[in-house]
Ligand binder design. Structure first.
Ligand code: 6LW
Length: 507
């Protein structure tokens, strides 16, 4: 995915739009690498590469085989893989992450971040989420987790040395000190954390000490970043990581959300990865312009490869952007049954089921157009916009009928149905249209029109639904919308899938 880089010298923030929360970044020479959380989706931990901190290209998923990522069948929505830390040390890349549904804290390593990554080293002595890794001058590895607690570990064996110690509790009165990252900068060790919780009260605070174990002195200006209480288009800002560029400047990646619609605002793309410059004043970080269109960094921008609108499944294995809830077994998701087609074979009866067969990609733009050529082939399936098992809209076809279905919390209904335009493969579609400036404070963030193409190519919606019910403010959780294909009965084949952004570069 290549994003950012505008004609007016600004860049588009988020630099990695869509459900890409809890970013962790490191640099090796002129190359930056970044990892994000992935929760109940398989494969897990998307990995990105950049040469300019603005344009990011997904190069894989660190956890792409069952031996690395076990998501039990009863893994709840927003369970599974929580926040990673990605570091480079001693000639290797290191990734530490928490699988809250199986195994706890796990450590992986590789020499090539595009993969393959190692099998997991388990860390039974490290309890807590948001694990961080830092090495001191003697090569000791310090593992710091939410709370904020710390323990020394052997990253090759997972052995811990001594009991975890609480090293900071964050700002008095602020809840949830988490997302710790420890850095040796100049004469100090800096401990960066998130606090306030990942909703509208989120913020970033920092403390410093003379040793990696503290004691730590809080920054007098904490929180060094928050948008709580501000009427700002980027909200929930927190869970940050710092990186120094080759020119010596410092930058922060962090999560944020872009609420849309009227009051109170609903975010539908999940927590996205944003970029902000950082200055140092009196030995403390000062975060610069965190806006939807900040000034571009002071170096040539290096866009990555353009992302084709269409995936025609001709490359065998699905591209790294494709994800499925809990697993993606070849028995249920394959490109080998019909050359150049994706074949999904149903397990459950609908997207309400934890074992639903669904393959999707993150919605990354407030407005977008999705189309897919579907052959129900005696089965039943189609296109869906999914937040979780209790919040999804889908346009579903079998050999006779097309149906628009809505699941909102406890309610499930067939909104509309009609005969198929013709026998055989048909094109199903979803048009997502963001509400730009709501004239009605009661408006939702977007409208979703789901329908079918007629024989003459005209798109006929079966209905238009309010998008607020597929938002995190309604559904809860830590993910964002995923748009994709599913089979609810029998076998369904898909020839191609189109995802077309409809937004101007800047919101
Ligand atoms: C993540 C923690 C958090 O581990 O939410 O709100 C968890 N912050 O830092 C999932 O993103």
């Amino acid at each position: 995915m290549a994003f950012g880089g505008q004609a007016d010298g600004t860049v588009a923030n988020p630099v990695i739009p869509g459900f890409h929360p809890d970013p962790s970044v490191c640099r090796v020479g002129d190359d930056y690498y970044l990892a994000c959380s992935s929760f109940e989706y398989f494969p897990g931990v998307p990995l990105f590469h950049s040469r300019d901190l603005v344009h990011w290209t997904q190069i894989g998923n660190a956890l792409d085989r069952p031996g690395q990522l076990r998501l039990p069948a009863d893994t709840p929505a927003s369970g599974g893989i929580y926040a990673p830390t990605l570091r480079h040390h001693d000639g290797r890349f290191w990734l530490i992450v928490t699988n809250v549904s199986d195994g706890g804290n796990l450590l992986f390593t590789t020499t090539d971040p595009a993969g393959p990554w190692s099998d997991p080293v388990r860390l039974p002595g490290v309890t807590g989420i948001d694990p961080d890794l830092a090495w001191d001058e003697e090569g000791t590895c310090w593992c710091t987790v939410a709370g904020v607690h710390q323990v020394r570990i052997d990253p090759y064996t997972g052995e811990t040395f001594g009991p975890p110690r609480r090293i900071w509790s964050g700002t008095p009165g602020a809840k949830a000190p988490e997302a710790p990252h420890l850095y040796r900068i100049g004469d100090h060790w800096y401990l960066l954390i998130a606090e306030g919780g990942t909703e509208r009260g989120h913020g970033v605070s920092v403390a410093r000490g003379r040793t990696p174990a503290g004691p730590f002195e809080p920054c007098p200006a904490n929180p060094v970043l928050t948008h709580r209480g501000l009427d700002h288009p980027i909200q929930n800002t927190g869970h940050a990581d710092l990186v120094q560029a080759p020119d010596g400047s410092w930058w922060m990646v962090l999560l944020g959300v872009r609420p849309g619609g009227g009051t109170p605002g609903w975010h539908v793309l999940g927590r996205e990865t944003f970029l902000a410059p950082v200055d140092w004043v009196d030995g403390w970080p000062v975060v610069g312009d965190l806006s939807p269109a900040p000034a571009a960094p002071p170096w040539p921008l290096r866009p990555g490869p353009a992302v084709p609108r269409r995936d025609d499944f001709d490359l065998g294995e699905p591209q790294p952007c494709w994800i499925s809830p809990r697993d993606r077994s070849a028995r249920h998701c394959t490109t080998g049954k019909r050359a150049g087609w994706l074949t999904l074979h149903a397990r459950g009866g609908s997207l309400d089921d934890l074992d639903a067969v669904f393959l999707g990609r993150r919605q990354q733009h407030p407005s977008c157009r999705v189309r897919a050529l579907v052959d129900p082939a005696g089965g039943r399936g189609g296109l869906a916009v999914r937040l979780d098992e209790r919040h999804h809209y889908e346009i579903e076809a079998d050999s006779a009928e097309v149906r628009l279905i809505a699941r909102i919390g406890p309610l499930r209904t067939v909104v509309a149905s009609r005969p198929v335009p013709a026998a055989g493969p048909l094109v199903l579609g979803v048009d997502v249209t963001a509400v730009r400036t709501p004239h009605d404070p009661r408006s939702g963030p977007d409208d979703l029109s789901l329908g079918v193409e007629e024989r003459d190519g005209a798109f006929t919606p079966l209905g238009t639904l309010d998008g607020r019910y597929l938002s995190t403010e309604v559904a809860g959780g830590f993910t964002g919308r995923v748009i994709g294909m599913y089979a609810a009965a029998g076998t369904v084949h898909f020839d191609w899938f189109d995802y077309e952004p409809l937004d101007p570069p800047h919101p």
